[in-house]
Write a protein that binds this ligand. Structure first.
Ligand code: SIN
Ligand code: FE
Length: 304
């Protein structure tokens, strides 16, 4: 995997092949990196976002924005200042719209077949956060949503480091197809009878997984992806011995990556914005290397 820098003057004009090439690079596990963000965020909005840690408002926690219903979640409306909440909501609405507009052009092959998911504001210092093991983001992991199965759609995330000075420090590892075979070989061996769901269960056996996952209708694919997320975070051998590449994304930069397949961890940094997209299997330019296809070929059965 590699980090592919893209400068703003590379963005116009673009050939159809170039759009497909960027999609293909993302799908192969590369990070597309914009040293200078292509997303315009007004200075006044940045100042508001950066001011949140200093105030008492409850807006200092990581906050999700749901663009489809125009709502913030993670805000304690009892203690939050209504005016500040409205302001944050307006900023997130604009951010979400700008990223969507940009990527609709940049990743043109996806645009008819993706779903706009949540955006987030991440004002907390990432170094030394005290979180339960499965929620720690400083351990390498692939992303999966505990309450929102994707049925094979892929999780694409776009980030902005809006800290005025500091880098956001990531470590990433080799993508899914390599690690799924290397780090969980016996558990995920192809099984004709059970598809992958039984194999997925064995990944979580003995670590009290079932109690932690709300009973939501998931496909065997989602089940595996959720368990694999936990398995990686709870696997000291993987954490210690997997290949690691460090990238410190500077202030004012953006990057995007398929976080469902590129193991990633954030070690330090503060103040980021992020927008997630769910890219449907039909939109992928290299479906054969998608996690769904990789797992289905291991299982020898359909998983959604
Ligand atoms: C994560 O998705 O694990 C966290 C990434 C970040 O906030 O930089
Ligand atoms: Fe993550």
């Amino acid at each position: 995997m590699s980090v592919i820098p893209i400068s703003l003057n590379q963005l116009q004009p673009l050939s159809p092949e170039q759009h497909r090439e960027w999609c293909a690079q993302l799908e192969a596990g590369d990070i597309l990196y914009f040293p200078q963000t292509p997303i315009a965020i007004p200075e006044i909005d940045l100042q508001f976002l950066l001011g949140q840690q200093q105030t008492d408002s409850s807006l200092h926690k990581n906050i999700a924005y749901k663009p489809n219903i125009d709502r913030l979640s993670g805000v304690d409306t009892k203690t939050a200042d209504a005016e500040a909440v409205a302001k944050l909501q307006g900023i997130m609405r604009k951010y979400s719209k700008s990223v969507t507009e940009f990527l609709t052009g940049f990743l043109e092959p996806y645009k008819a077949n993706w779903q706009l998911d949540y955006a987030s504001f991440r004002p907390q210092e990432e170094e030394g956060r005290d979180l339960p093991q499965r929620r720690r983001n400083d351990l390498l992991h692939t992303d999966a949503f505990p309450t929102r199965p994707t049925y094979g759609a892929r999780i694409l995330r776009f980030f902005n480091n809006i800290h005025p000075a500091r880098t956001r420090d990531w470590v990433v590892s080799d993508p899914f197809a390599a690690i799924v075979k290397q780090f969980a070989p016996s558990e995920i061996a192809p099984r004709v009878d059970s598809a992958l769901s039984r194999a997925a269960k064995s990944l979580g056996r003995g670590i009290g997984l079932d109690a932690a996952i709300p009973s939501i209708k998931r496909s065997p694919y989602d089940d595996f992806m959720m368990r694999f997320h936990n398995f990686l975070k709870e696997n000291p051998d993987f954490q210690a011995n997997c290949p690691k590449h460090s990238f410190n994304f500077p202030s004012g930069s953006s990057w995007m990556v398929y976080t469902d397949t590129v193991p990633h961890a954030v070690l330090a940094g503060q103040y980021a914005l992020e927008q997630t997209f769910l890219v449907c299997p039909e939109a992928l330019v290299r479906p054969e290397i998608s996690p769904l296809k990789v797992l289905e070929s291991i299982a020898g059965a359909s998983l959604v």
